[in-house]
Design a protein around this ligand. Structure first.
Ligand code: 4NP
Length: 174
């Protein structure tokens, strides 16, 4: 009985410690069908490859594409670069995400404003940043929206998001 009690406490402590040290990262764009699912997929890929202890998700500030798979062009471009996005489905950002995630990385200034409008505390604001701040801190660089453009826009977005995710991987490995 004692032993069992002890082991339940150890298991609970293990779960608490794992959750405490596990960084939870959310990527946000407008539709959650191009840029942020790409960031989620690239980060999942790096997590597997480097055995990172983290949770990863993505969301859009708009409701247009809830439940949809990523944009076909984003899926094709990511696949060409070795990243599979086909299982991901879009969801909308919600204020409760501030409490669920340690870091919230947003693709552009307009969506950063949309997210920050829902922040209720200074801590919520402080955990929310532009994704490309990881690469060029303080430069307000944006991941451009590729939705209305051509194929080359999707490759450019891939390379920008990859550079930020590589930097995040280095930070989390420290
Ligand atoms: P995302 O791209 O924000 O990177 O997912 C967009 C996807 C859909 C639309 C705009 C941007 N849209 O207007 O439907």
């Amino acid at each position: 009985m004692n032993y069992q009690g002890g082991s339940i406490i150890s298991v609970r402590f293990f779960i608490f410690a794992t959750n405490y040290f596990m960084q939870k990262v959310l990527f946000v764009c407008l539709g959650n069908i191009c840029r942020s699912p790409l960031a989620e997929g690239i980060m999942l890929h790096l997590k597997e490859k480097h055995d990172l202890k983290m949770e990863i998700d993505s969301a859009g500030t708009a409701a247009y594409h809830i439940g949809e798979a990523p944009d076909r062009r984003t899926i094709l471009n990511a696949k060409k670069n070795g990243v599979d996005l086909s299982a991901l489905r879009a969801r909308q950002f919600s204020a409760s995400d501030f409490d669920k995630f340690d870091r919230i990385y947003v693709m552009d200034q307009s969506n950063l404003n949309n997210v920050l409008r829902l922040a209720k505390t200074k801590a919520h604001e402080e955990k929310t940043k532009l994704l490309l701040d990881l690469v060029e801190p303080g430069q307000q660089m944006e991941v451009p929206d590729p939705y209305y453009g051509g194929e080359e826009g999707f490759e450019r977005v891939f390379q920008l998001v990859l550079s930020a995710c590589e930097r995040l991987k280095e930070e989390l490995k420290k």
